[in-house]
Ligand binder design. Structure first.
Ligand SMILES: O=C[C@H](O)[C@@H](O)CC(=O)C(=O)O
Ligand SMILES: [Zn+2]
Length: 281
């Protein structure tokens, strides 16, 4: 088992204007997330989100962070969300074990001492995509089954953006300090996500792109201010950090899906500033 966490600092639009391709990737892309038996995390100074992958095989895995965060245990001052995009597994939350099917998720409240991840079958591991954000109050932990997520169909075939947004952690349905999280699935023959694009200066957002149509599928993720954009080409199971000023949209060479997670000033999902297509540069 190896535990890996990298730090990425915060950014300004002026910084980003100077980044070349390698710098864009170094600053915003998390290339490796799921590695058998390992934990890979990024601590971004954009709203202090911690995000990444936990992929248990033969042994259970637990995120152990204390000194690095100046606390006694990982969730002392944080809340945690996860969605499993691998095979079946389980999570044991302060001694209580629950089975987690593919695409099921969880909200785990601040103050939880131990969160232990396991896979049913070491050869077909669960892949837990985890996101932890600063919290100030303990809200009840809650299983978020895929079938109970709030489904929101969006887009149409003409615009090649027909997709279903599945909201898992949504402040209109449950208590959460900051974290909001969900899973969006593009329909076959559709390739544009979050287009028309939006920004929300009140919240930053990370996108994990996954479930590509074939191993050679690539998604180009666009970011930056609407009038000054750059792109990053992604392989399956890679994630990007989007600062609050940034659009966050993508186009793939097949359909795909992605997990989004947000935190920051407010919890209002619809609080977005839609970008006029004429303003994109
Ligand atoms: O602020 C909201 C987030 O960017 C996503 O929920 C958008 C999304 O899943 C989509 O348009 O497909
Ligand atoms: Zn957004």
């Amino acid at each position: 088992m190896s535990f890996n966490m990298v730090t990425r600092y915060a950014h300004s639009p002026e910084d980003m204007d100077h980044y070349n391709t390698d710098q864009m990737r170094e600053q915003f892309l998390m290339e490796k997330i799921f590695s058998a038996g390992d934990i890979y995390l990024t601590y971004t100074y954009n709203d202090r989100m911690i995000f990444g992958g936990v992929t248990p095989t033969t042994e259970p895995l637990e995120i152990k962070l204390d000194k690095q965060l100046g606390v006694d245990f990982f969730l002392q001052r944080r809340e945690l969300g996860f969605i499993n995009i691998g095979e079946g597994g389980s999570v044991t939350i302060d001694g209580k074990k629950e089975h987690i099917e593919p695409h099921d998720g969880y909200y785990i409240g601040m103050g939880t001492k131990h969160v232990v991840f396991e896979s049913d079958d070491a050869d077909k591991p669960a892949k837990f995509y985890v996101v932890a954000t600063p919290a100030h109050k303990t809200y009840p932990s809650k299983k978020l089954a895929y079938k109970d997520s709030i489904s929101m169909p969006l887009g149409d075939q003409k615009h090649m953006n027909k997709r279903v947004i599945h909201k898992y952690i949504d402040a209109s349905q449950m208590d959460t300090c900051q974290l909001q999280m969900g899973y969006t699935v593009l329909e076959p023959g559709n390739s544009w996500n979050t287009m028309p694009a939006h920004t929300h200066a009140r919240r930053m957002e990370t996108y994990l792109y996954t479930e590509f149509g074939d191993p050679d599928t690539r998604v180009a993720h666009f970011m930056g201010t609407p009038n000054n954009t750059k792109h990053i080409f992604l392989e399956p199971d890679q994630a990007v950090v989007n600062p609050s000023f940034s659009i966050h949209c993508g186009v793939g060479t097949t359909n795909y899906s992605f997990i989004w997670a947000m935190c920051g000033e407010n919890q209002t999902y619809d609080d977005m500033d839609q970008v006029d297509m004429h303003d994109l540069r």
